[in-house]
Design a protein around this ligand. Structure first.
Ligand code: PMV
Length: 335
């Protein structure tokens, strides 16, 4: 039995613009998904009692035609199962490329502290931890670069080609990273005092991405706005390297304004962003696709968390420091 965990992430800068080849800087946060893989004779049994899905257990063999008998929206269950199914397939492919027998089935148990679909990388964390646990259970340990690439392939398959490498690379490596197309690297970063506000909901990533694409095609100034977000990222990474988090915060504010101009903010996100700013945060912005879900602020003091606690529309507010570990093994009984 192997248990691995991997962190969620926030975007310091660059979501949406990254879809059009601009760079983005996601940062891993100290909030984890944990996946346990145990070999069984055949088939796949998934236990995800702790996802925000009311809890479900699914058992099937071979393909994913088996359907769980649970009172949860089909699309959520299918999405969750799709990720697990593809992650196990990637683990088996990695093992068989190394000449390891992959005839086994798996019991997979998922526990996650990361809200689903809220812009902080829940699916990537589950996929990264899942591939890591399943490959180790088969007796192999993948180089991190390969793990990140296989996790990206899972997201690419499940999300019909609508995935950037940002989430999976960040969750695998930890820390602050820079992603520009296929070019992914780790960045030097100071301690970042993240505060996260969550409205309890989730935006529709596909719709939001399509909305930005339409706007960008219709108006040259919308296309210029996307390029300006790229400029913010290029400037922001220099400030990060210099450890100037006050100025990083200011650029987060500008980045948020431009995302808002592109139509991907929401009333709840604006309320939380302004609550954090009024409380003295160095900067605050939405994170991820937008439309609802999470915002992120930089605040070394307790003020933003307190203010968010009183903000209408904010369901949860918490501090989450920069995770510098990435994927890690929690327990390995094979060792
Ligand atoms: O909401 P998330 O964490 O899935 O982030 C979406 C980020 C986008 O840039 C809008 C889309 C993408 O795949 O990069």
């Amino acid at each position: 039995m192997v248990t691995s965990s991997a962190p969620g992430k926030v975007y310091l800068f660059g979501e949406h613009a990254v879809v059009y080849g601009e760079p983005a800087v996601p940062c891993a946060i100290e909030l984890r998904a944990q996946v346990t893989a145990t070999r069984r004779d055949d088939g796949l049994r998934v236990n995800a009692g702790d996802l925000t899905l009311d809890g479900f257990t699914v058992e099937y063999s071979g393909d994913s035609t088996g359907h769980p008998d649970v009172a949860v929206a089909d699309n959520l269950v299918e999405a969750a199962m799709g990720y697990v199914n593809e992650a196990v397939a990637q683990a088996k492919a990695a093992a068989s490329e190394r000449g390891v027998d992959t005839d086994a089935g798996f019991d997979i148990t998922i526990e996650s502290d990361i809200p689903l679909g809220a812009g902080i990388g829940s699916s990537a964390a589950v996929v990264v931890a899942g591939i890591d646990a399943a490959t180790r259970e088969l007796g192999i340990s993948l180089p991190r670069e390969e793990l990140a690439e296989r996790a990206y392939q899972v997201e690419y398959a499940v999300q019909d080609g609508q995935a950037s490498r940002a989430d999976t690379f960040c969750s695998t490596m930890g820390g602050a990273v820079r992603v520009e197309g296929e070019d992914c690297r780790q960045l030097e970063a100071p301690e970042l005092p993240f505060v996260i506000g969550y409205d309890g909901g989730a935006g529709d990533t596909g719709k939001l991405v399509a909305g930005v694409r339409d706007l960008k095609e219709e108006y040259e100034f919308a296309a210029a706005t996307v390029e300006t977000i790229g400029d913010i990222v290029r400037e922001g990474e220099k400030l990060l390297a210099a450890g100037n988090i006050e100025e990083v915060g200011r650029l987060m504010n500008i980045n948020h304004g431009l995302l808002s101009a592109l139509g991907v903010s929401a009333r709840s996100l604006e309320a939380m962003v302004w609550a954090a700013r009024d409380a003295g945060a160095l900067g605050a912005k939405l994170t991820g696709a937008g439309g609802g879900g999470c915002m992120v602020a930089l605040d070394p003091t307790p003020e933003s968390v307190t203010a968010l606690g009183y903000t209408p529309g904010c369901e949860d507010a918490f501090r989450a420091g920069l995770d510098t570990t990435g994927v890690r093994v929690e327990d390995d009984t094979n060792e």
